[in-house]
Design a protein around this ligand. Structure first.
Ligand code: BF8
Length: 553
């Protein structure tokens, strides 16, 4: 599962890096470099000489050096992105444990080889091999996130809405579902040009793009596109009878969608040649034909709109305001309103003085083993009441957005007094006329690296390792291989990591013990498996208190 997760995130990252290489060569006119400053910051991070180079040349060099993480054959050299993004202390520890991947593809391949029948059968060795894979996942997601920001813009706070009520009966509704922003970004651009065509077809309000899963999170963070739903209820968007097309790219797409679409007028459109579904329309996407593909997809949706059955329309009137777009840069910018010279200081000071007790990152999926979205809310409310700062990504972020925990009212209602005071101080200084939202939306699953960027900055600032910080992670509804990989690198970088679903390891006492206790000795991070969200929330509060004691604060 760790290898599959690493492969999924890293394929996504490779796709982005290859596209950026082509942008650097001027071969993809539909795309451009939108965050030049970030490009140069990354170049510096990766030790790339930019002197006298044109911007596109720098983009080419950044993409090329990034792709070395898929090619390096020297076992003594770790992947560039891990070394550049984790604290030195952590990189040293992982290196000593032999857990640092040198090459994403080779690491995934090795896991497949060593789990073949008759190979690696020493539990700790298998576990460490998996951890290497999980760290390859971290490497792949870090590069995917950072290069995406360069190509599509680094998110900053934007006000939007979430939940199924964002589907509008008076518009041509197109849902973008999946993970990779390469096509959805262009669909957002082209939809503006084709709005009048939708109106001519009878849609009073033109085209309404809505998001599902992590492609939804990507366009929500960058363009304020409303989020219709997260993983487990993706079919429900079609059941409204008003979704004209669902265009999907990769990962976490239910293969039942075309069958559900067939009960309505909805076009389900696959776009990636390696991800097709029985019964779906396939429109092959390549970056070179991005604009044509986007036009074709949108035209399909407009045509489908004219075939709608008004008697089948039933859109639940549920939606919530969500303030999203908290990249690590956006958090630093918000903090810089309090201290322009040393933006991290207000955060560090408030953690040290206890106004903020700690930080919790919610990540991961929905699972059919739990009531959808429920555990997220219960745990988050417990932590917020105990003055823990909350961050979220992926379907966790979707859950909070849908249920109204990503707005200012939620902060007023659920945050403990000292947390509320800090969030209000930062929000007011950032011109929000009130607090920051209760949960900060950091992006899609692949954007979990944003939270690590922030945690690394904190650790470096305090001169400690990540495992010393009062920072925890929680995946209350972990389901996919990617979620397993994320939770595993969470542990490997030192975070106590809660799982609300039971991972498939309980057949082995040795591995179960290794994950919960053995990992603590190796990494400082460990798994906390707890299916009851009330107990889980309290356990995480206790862990945070213990970490504070360890730091003497
Ligand atoms: O990448 S949280 S169900 S949609 S795997 Fe999938 Fe899990 Fe959702 Fe996004 Ni992440």
């Amino acid at each position: 599962m760790m290898a599959a997760g690493a492969a999924a995130h890293s394929e996504h990252g490779r796709h982005i890096a290859l596209a950026m290489q082509k942008i650097g060569k001027g071969l993809l006119p539909a795309y451009r470099i939108r965050d030049e400053d970030k490009l140069y910051r990354i170049a510096e991070l990766l030790d790339i000489d930019t002197l006298g180079k044109e911007m596109l040349e720098v983009a080419y060099d950044v993409a090329t050096k990034t792709l070395e993480d898929y090619q390096n054959q020297d076992h003594h050299k770790g992947c560039h992105w891990i070394s550049a993004t984790l604290p030195d202390k952590r990189v040293d520890l992982l290196s000593r444990l032999g857990a640092l991947p040198h090459n994403i593809d080779a690491t995934v391949s090795q896991i497949m080889a060593r789990t073949h029948i008759g190979c690696d059968a020493e539990p700790k060795n298998v576990f460490l091999g998996g951890i290497r894979g999980a760290l390859a996942d971290f490497n792949g997601m870090s590069l995917a996130t950072e290069l995406s920001d360069v190509m599509f813009g680094t998110p900053s706070p934007v006000v939007t809405e979430a939940n199924i009520g964002v589907i509008d009966k008076d518009a041509v509704n197109i849902a973008v579902n999946g993970h990779n922003p390469l096509l959805s970004e262009i669909i957002c651009d082209i939809a503006r040009d084709m709005n009048d065509l939708a109106k001519e077809a009878g849609a009073e309000k033109g085209i309404n793009i809505v998001g599902i899963c992590c492609t939804g999170n990507e366009v929500m963070m960058r363009h304020g596109v409303p989020l219709a739903t997260n993983y487990l209820s993706q079919e429900m968007a079609i059941l409204t009878g008003a979704l004209d097309a669902m265009v999907v790219d990769v990962q976490c797409i239910m293969p039942s969608l075309p069958q559900v679409g067939n009960c309505f007028h909805t076009e389900v459109i696959t776009t990636m040649d390696e991800n097709k579904m029985q019964g779906a329309r396939h429109i092959s996407f390549h970056e070179q034909n991005a604009v044509e593909t986007a036009r074709e997809v949108i035209q399909c949706a407009i045509n489908a709109f004219t075939r709608r059955d008004p008697n089948k329309i039933n859109i639940p009137n549920v939606k919530q305001t969500a303030v999203v777009g908290f990249s690590s840069e956006a958090v630093i910018t918000a903090l810089s309103n309090l201290d322009a010279v040393d933006p991290l200081k207000p955060l560090v000071d408030n953690i040290v003085n206890g106004n903020i007790q700690g930080v919790a990152l919610f990540a991961g999926c929905n699972s059919t083993q739990t009531v959808q979205d429920e555990s997220y809310q219960i745990i988050a409310k417990t932590l917020a009441a105990n003055n823990v700062l909350l961050l979220a990504t992926g379907c966790g972020a979707g859950a909070f957005a849908k249920h109204g925990l990503m707005n200012q009212q939620a902060t007023e209602q659920y945050a403990g007094d000292s947390l509320k005071a800090v969030l209000t101080q930062i929000g007011d200084a950032a011109g929000l006329n009130g607090p920051l939202p209760l949960v900060l939306h950091m992006g899609s699953c692949v954007d979990n690296s944003r939270a690590v960027t922030l945690a690394t900055a904190l650790a470096n600032r305090l001169g400690v390792d990540l495992c010393d910080l009062p920072v925890v992670a929680s995946a209350p509804e972990a389901m996919s291989e990617k979620a397993i990989a994320i939770a595993s690198w969470g542990v490997a970088i030192g975070l106590p990591t809660h799982l609300g679903t039971i991972p498939q390891v309980t057949g082995s006492d040795v591995v179960t013990e290794l994950m919960q206790e053995g990992a603590k000795d190796l990494f400082g991070g460990y798994f906390i498996v707890e299916t009851d969200p009330k107990i889980a929330g309290n356990k995480l509060v206790e862990v945070i208190k213990a970490k504070r004691q360890g730091l003497g604060i």
